[in-house]
Each structure stands twice: as C-alpha cells, then as structure tokens.
Design a protein around this ligand. Structure first.
Ligand code: MF3
Ligand code: CO
Ligand code: CO
Length: 266
C-alpha cells in the first residue's frame, strides 16, 4: 500500500530551506576533494559545517547505526561508503558525496560526483550519463504522470549507453522523515499504480554501473560495491511536484546552464 504525503505550501517552504543547506554542503566541500585528503577528513569538514555554520543536523549520523555524517563512495562503491581516516583519495578516483541535513525537522537530501584529477574517459562518460539520466527523469515529473515513467526513462537511456541500473536501492519520499513513500524505482517496474500529484516530495537518485547491475554488501554492513568491480556513479536531487511540472529543491547554481530550478514539463 502506498501512503504518500502531500506537503502544504508551508511545509514546502521548510523543505526548500533544508534542501538549500544540503546543496550548499556539496558546493562547500568541492575544493577539499583533492588527491591525498582522507574521506574521514571530508566527513569532519561536512559535519562541522552543518552543525556549526548551518545550525542543522547531519541526518546520516547514527541513522540505523551509520557511524558518520555523510556517505562517501569511491569508484566501485555504489553507495553508503563509510568515511575513514585510512581512506585517501587518489588521482583518477570518481567520488560520490551524499549529504542529508535536517533543519527545523525537515530533511534535504542530495548527492553528486567529484573527480580527483582527470578521470578516465569511460568514468567521465559514466558520470555524465548518470546525471543526464536523473535530469531526463526530472523532466517527465508532473501531476497525472505514472510514477513508473521515472524508472522507464532512466533505464531506457542508461542501457542504450551500455551501462546498467542498480535495482536494490531507489529514490524515496522525504519530508519530516528521511525515507517514506513513494519508492522511486530507477528501472521500469511495479509502481503500485501511483499517479504523481502536486505536493508530493521525493528524491531521484539513480545508481548506475559501468558493468553489470549486480552488487555485494561488504562486511561492515553498509558499503555496497559492484559485484564485477566495475565503477559506479550516482547523482541525487530532491524534488516537489508542482501544478505543471516540478521544482528541483536541491539545485546548485553550477547546474543552471543545464536545467532550471522550476520546470514546466510537457
Ligand atoms: N542519503 C542516502 C539516501 O539518499 C541515505 C544514506 S543512509 C546512511 O537515501 F545511513 F547510509 F547514511
Ligand atoms: Co536519498
Ligand atoms: Co542521499
């Protein structure tokens, strides 16, 4: 059964604030993502910024026992990489940082890829395709559209480019909880017949593998890697369905040449 909250204008305003803070963290951390820095250090910088500057709460810290404030996933790590003082970034790494903050009880969740030095052509393409897959999905969101159209556009595009879509993790409703209905599949699957409506708030966060879609969970209980050790990329935005399209609540200025914050989708 689906129980998808419809957010009021006042709630959406609070979500906008949380989302702006979450996207500010992704911008703030960029200059620190360099060869030689540890993911533990990046986590501390994000934590201190969220707590001391933003006066907000890092949502991942202690979430179901997650030990750090943000997820940092390098190369073959698909998601939920645990920052560590033993993990140094090296030239050629592709790195996802996933940041979720809570401000005034409301959640903002987003992630993007960073390059350490020059990535391989294939890794660069993988990241471009993953981001474009997310944008293509965002461009179909409007009231009256079936939820499964999101996964359909992502899967069709990604597979045409020769990459694969991770099945085990999906986008999610979000608001005063980290994860709620709907489940947003990134492949064409069972959506329970859900039709998008104005005021629904959810994330789109495709995880795309350069090789096969299969994964394995590491012994730490969190880190998820590709089974075939191919590289994986992810981008995530949080959006709200509007009267005639959607609004990207976590958009960053650097993206505005590619997509606008408020979309009227046809
Ligand atoms: N931010 C992730 C998401 O997009 C969730 C991370 S949960 C954690 O849904 F516990 F691993 F931090
Ligand atoms: Co999310
Ligand atoms: Co996230």
């Amino acid at each position: 059964m689906n129980n998808i909250p419809i957010r009021t204008a006042a709630e959406i305003e609070k979500l906008r604030i949380a989302c702006k803070l979450a996207s500010d963290v992704l911008v703030m951390i960029e200059p620190y993502v360099k060869e030689g820095v540890t993911t533990g250090e990046l986590d501390r910088i994000c934590h201190d910024y969220i707590v001391n500057e933003q006066k907000a709460i890092p949502a991942c810290l202690n979430y179901h026992g997650f030990p750090k404030s943000v997820c940092i996933s390098i190369n073959e790590v698909i998601c939920h990489g645990i920052p560590s003082d033993d993990k140094k970034l090296k030239k050629g790494d592709i790195v996802n940082i996933d940041v979720t903050v809570i401000k005034d009880g409301y959640f903002g969740d987003n992630s993007k890829m960073y390059f350490v030095g020059e990535p391989s052509l294939k890794d660069k393409r993988l990241c471009e395709v993953t981001q474009e897959a997310m944008y293509k999905a965002i461009r179909v969101v409007k009231p009256g559209v079936r939820l499964n159209q999101i996964g359909k556009v992502i899967q069709t595009y990604v597979e045409k480019e020769g990459f694969s879509v991770v099945r085990e993790y999906c986008g999610h409703g979000i608001g005063v909880e980290f994860h709620c209905d709907p489940q947003v599949l990134h492949y064409y699957g069972d959506d329970g017949g859900v039709i998008l409506q104005e005021g629904m708030v959810f994330t789109i966060e495709p995880m795309i593998n350069a090789g096969k879609k299969e994964l394995r969970l590491m012994k730490d209980g969190w880190t998820v890697k590709t089974k075939d050790r191919s590289h994986s990329a992810q981008y995530e935005h949080q959006i709200v369905v509007t009267k005639d399209g959607c609004e990207i609540m976590t958009i960053r200025d650097e993206e505005l040449e590619r997509i606008s914050r408020v979309l009227v989708n046809d």
